[in-house]
Design a protein around this ligand. Structure first.
Ligand code: ZN
Ligand code: ZN
Ligand code: ZN
Length: 330
């Protein structure tokens, strides 16, 4: 394989970057085999199989348990099939319209439990808290790396959401470019902030709390509501009440609350929609003005021709009705 991969290529016309990452082609597709549940003894993410993953870079462990051995609750390892890597080689841009740069970055897997469990919402809330604390720790580390401009934490749950391994896990992919969707949120937050110093997300939270009809769940520090213009049925956003651009600033009290709210929303989603595939994604940045938040994106409807052509989604479930259904499953 050419040493210059992975690489970021910019769309010749708009500011959309694509990661060209041939190593991804070798990743496992166990989830396409319907018999996989019966054969999970071969799962590389299960406790006792630590030698089958790259060396851990962080683990929440029982004191005294050996690195890369059993005794962990959450374990972070480099992705064996990275979409970006710290040592990505030099790349040539052959023309002003054909711009490429090295796909420098970090791609990690967060293995969320030692036993073979498929769903994070099945874990005890203290365990979910450990997972969301690990995200905070990794963000703090990668956020300090000057080569990286965006750190994306995301989960793919279920094959329609892009999972290729069933064992409960999420991913962290940090890159040297700010992706289009993130740039749009940052730009809009800055434009909204400029005249009066207001945060668009704080104002949105106030409006949603006053209206009430899209609220799914409230706690002392965190609010979950159905997104006004949700792209998918049951799309839910989870925001802290306290304004903060960066998820790294999450307090321990907020962390406890967040774990409880995310777990409850995911359990209710599973109950009302029959354990659908979903993604959850974190939007966070180091610089103000911004307001970190999670977006839960159930994959009950596909991304088809119209969505790909336009970036406009067709959502058959009104968000107000989605919120009502999610509220009822207490
Ligand atoms: Zn497993
Ligand atoms: Zn805010
Ligand atoms: Zn967002």
């Amino acid at each position: 394989m050419n040493d210059s991969f992975p690489q970021l290529r910019k769309d010749p016309v708009i500011d959309r970057w694509t990661l060209i990452a041939p190593e991804r082609a070798a990743r496992p597709t166990e989830i396409e085999d319907p018999g996989h549940l019966a054969h999970h003894t071969a799962c590389p993410f299960c406790e006792g199989h630590e030698a089958e993953t790259p060396h851990e870079v962080l683990a929440v462990r029982t004191p005294g348990s050996p690195t890369d051995g059993p005794g962990w609750r959450v374990r972070v390892v480099p992705n064996r099939f990275p979409a970006a890597r710290p040592d990505a080689g030099p790349v040539r841009s052959p023309h002003d319209l054909l711009v490429a740069e090295p796909g420098v970055g970090v791609h990690e897997v967060v293995i969320e439990a030692p036993h073979h469990e498929a769903s994070i919402s099945a874990l005890p809330v203290e365990h979910v808290r450990d997972v969301f604390a690990v995200y905070r720790d990794r963000l703090a580390l990668h956020g300090a790396d000057r080569r990286l401009r965006h750190v994306q934490v995301f989960k793919n749950h279920g094959a329609p959401a892009g999972a290729s391994v069933e064992h409960v896990h999420s991913q962290i992919l940090a890159t040297g470019r700010i992706p289009l969707e993130i740039e749009a949120e940052l730009d809009r937050a800055a434009t909204y902030h400029a005249p009066h110093g207001d945060c668009v997300y704080c104002d949105l939270l106030d409006r949603e709390l006053a209206a009430g009809e899209r609220i799914v769940l409230e706690s002392e520090h965190v609010v979950a509501f159905a997104a006004w213009a949700g792209r998918f049925p049951y799309e839910t956003w989870v925001l802290p009440r306290r304004h903060a651009a960066s998820y790294e600033r999450l307090s321990n009290a907020e962390l406890t609350d967040l774990a409880g709210v995310m777990r409850t929303v995911l359990r209710r989603l599973s109950a009302v929609a029959g354990d659908p595939a979903y993604n959850y994604v974190l939007h966070t940045t180091a610089a103000e003005p911004f307001h970190w938040h999670w977006e839960i994106l159930p994959r009950l409807t596909g991304i088809a021709g119209y969505e790909l052509a336009t970036g406009c989604y067709l959502n058959p479930l009104p968000p107000e009705e989605a919120a009502e259904r999610l509220r009822k499953r207490g």
